[in-house]
Structures are given as structure tokens and as C-alpha cells.
Write a protein of this length. Structure first.
Length: 192
């Protein structure tokens, strides 16, 4: 059943490729830096707000569905991988960080499907929450760095923002590994 939270989740899935196109618009055309900056800021905000909103509405109005339980994490991974891919392709995110994040997401998806096939749900760990926070902060900082650069504003602070972003990317990679190991440990404990 397509509840309102599920429709919001679908909107987030649609926003991910729109972010990609908006991000690369100036690279493909040689123009539209300002338009691209505003679009990626708006789309990114839409993705993050919808991520909060669909879960909030589903829980508050008792609209949690099996479809939503599958679609929501898929939409999260799709959107975050999309903007991390953009950052990695343009040199903001080190490729090794991107690779760790991709490996983590694919492995967790595989493990989650195995556990769900047995009717088991593994609760989020402290590492999983830390991973979500570092992903969100790195996404925000990445979009701000790209947006400010394309708009030509706050250029005096751009280098500081880039260094901060790099540090957050390192923390994201560490949190991705930590959350994967915590998930693996929890799933082994449940299976025994």
C-alpha cells in the first residue's frame, strides 16, 4: 500500500538522480554554475528533510509498512551514494573513502536481506548512528563547499571548509567500518 510516508520515500528516490544531473550540469555544459549550486542545495535539503519526514509520519500515524521498511533504507543508500559519487568524481572525497562506503553499504544490504529472510531485524548500533551522523555532516559540508565554490562566495573560508570536510570523510570511513563490524557481530550473535 502506498501510504503518505511511502510516497515521500519514493520522492527521495526520484530526487537522487536529479541531484546527480544538477551537480554535473556545469561540467557537462560549461555553464550554469549558479543554477547548479542552488539546485543541489535545494535537492539535498529535500532529500534530508524527506528522510526525517517519512519515518516520523510512519511512526506517528502508525503507517509503518513492509514496503516502507524495505524502501526507506534503499532510498537512504541511493541518495547518499549518489552525492558521495559526485564528491568522489570531482575530487572532494578520496576514492578510498568512497570505496569503503560502497563496500559497507553493499555488505550491509546483503546481510540485511539474509536476516530479513529469516524474519530477523538487527537493531541499529551506536556505530550505525555515528555512521548516519558522519554521512549527514559530510553531505552537508560537501554540498556547501560545492555551492560556495560555484557561487564564488565565502572563498576566504573555502580551504578551511575543504580541510574540515576531508576530516569528516575520514570519520565517515571509520564509522562505516565500525558499523559494519557491529552489524556483523550482532547478526552472528542472533544466529547462534
Amino acid at each position: 500500500m502506498m501510504t503518505l510516508p511511502n510516497k515521500i520515500t519514493v520522492a527521495r528516490i526520484v530526487l537522487a538522480p536529479l541531484f546527480f544531473v544538477s551537480y554535473f550540469l556545469p561540467l557537462w555544459t560549461g555553464r550554469f554554475n549558479g543554477v547548479s549550486a542552488y539546485l543541489i542545495l535545494i535537492i539535498f535539503a529535500g532529500i534530508e528533510i524527506s528522510d526525517f519526514l517519512d519515518g516520523y509520519l510512519a511512526r506517528k500515524h502508525d503507517l509503518v509498512t513492509d514496503l516502507g521498511k524495505v524502501m526507506d533504507p534503499f532510498a537512504d543508500v541511493l541518495s547518499r551514494i549518489t552525492y558521495f559519487l559526485c564528491f568522489a568524481f570531482t575530487g572532494l572525497m578520496p576514492l578510498w573513502v568512497f570505496l569503503i562506503i560502497i563496500y559497507r553499504e553493499l555488505a550491509i544490504t546483503f546481510l540485511r536481506m539474509m536476516m530479513m529472510s529469516r524474519g530477523i531485524v538487527v537493531a541499529a548500533s551506536l556505530w550505525g548512528k555515528l555512521k548516519a551522523i558522519t554521512y549527514a555532516v559530510s553531505g552537508i559540508l560537501g554540498v556547501l563547499v560545492v555551492g560556495f565554490d560555484r557561487l564564488g562566495i565565502l572563498s576566504d573560508y573555502l580551504d578551511i571548509l575543504k580541510i574540515t570536510l576531508l576530516i569528516v570523510f575520514y570519520f565517515s570511513a571509520a564509522a562505516a567500518v565500525g558499523s559494519f563490524l557491529a552489524y556483523l557481530k550482532a547478526s552472528k550473535r542472533i544466529n547462534n
